[in-house]
Design a protein around this ligand. Structure first.
Ligand code: OAD
Length: 243
């Protein structure tokens, strides 16, 4: 079986998909580690439109805590290795993340799609306007829109809602020679299906994950362990072939 080092060349295009595991070493707990709960809350209460309708104060309180936690941690060597790879590859590199913590953005990645939204952004339930979460009055139980004063909501894609920029992701999958998937359990779709699609289209598929993901049968190359330990050396070896 060939590995990435054998197939990469200066024309190669890489798409990366990340999940909660890449932020674990920064100090943010993964979803599956919390036993189906998200920081002690049933996911349906804090990550669904119905949960927000039932108790918007609880949901806002929850996301304010997540936002403050995200601001209090730092990108780790796994995030920084991906920034280094983008610096070398430019537009032949794209990073798609399911994470909402903003750590890839803070690491400096620019070709970045936050498909599940971001804790750093919020939008108005009435006028639809987007505003940085940091510009809202987070002392309020229900933060209001700076433009129309109606209730804001976190700009997070909840269960039952459509992830962002799926057309662009589809186009990137179509033209990638390699898909690298990091720190995701492979159970939440559509992201869990990207590896099947990439493999069907003939791309080389690589997993870096602590435990075997649910969709591990679709990977050509598996690196089991911590992203912050594996990625710096692995991606440095790729950079040699790419530049
Ligand atoms: P999960 O919590 O389901 O999976 C995290 C994965 O990361 C597991 O497979 C772990 O083995 C692995 N992992 C843990 N620590 C790691 C490390 N240091 N290095 C590498 N891997 C590590 O998180 P996701 O798959 O990201 O959706 O969850 C997907 C979606 O489900 C989330 O985006 C969220 C959630 O409900 C929404 O918020 C819409």
């Amino acid at each position: 079986m060939k590995n990435a080092f054998d197939i990469l060349n200066p024309q190669s295009r890489i798409m990366v998909l990340t999940g909660a595991g890449i932020s674990a070493e920064s100090g943010i707990r993964t979803f599956r580690d919390s036993g189906g709960l998200w920081e002690n809350h049933p996911v349906d209460d804090v990550a669904s439109p119905g949960g927000f309708r039932r108790d918007p104060k609880l949901v806002w309180n929850f996301y304010k805590q997540r936002y403050e936690q995200a601001l209090s941690v730092q990108p780790n060597p796994g995030h920084l290795a991906l920034k280094k790879l983008e610096d070398v590859m430019g537009d032949r590199f794209w990073l798609v993340t399911q994470n909402v913590d903003g750590l890839h953005d803070r690491a400096g990645n620019q070709n970045l799609i936050e498909m599940h939204g971001s804790l750093h952004s919020s939008f108005c339930t009435a006028c639809g306007g987007n505003h940085p979460t940091g510009e809202l009055d987070l002392e309020m139980e229900l933060p209001t829109c700076p433009a129309c004063n109606k209730m804001m909501r976190p700009d997070i894609v909840w269960f039952g809602e459509m992830p962002y920029r799926m057309d662009e992701i589809d186009a990137l999958l179509n033209k990638s020679n390699l898909l690298l998937v990091i720190g995701t359990s492979g159970v939440v779709y559509p992201a869990a299906g990207f590896v099947m699609r990439a493999k069907y289209l003939g791309a080389h598929t690589v997993s870096v994950n602590l435990d075997a993901p649910d969709n591990d049968a679709f990977f050509d190359e598996i690196h089991q362990g911590k992203a912050g330990t594996i990625l710096p050396d692995l991606l440095d070896s790729w950079i040699e072939k790419l530049s």
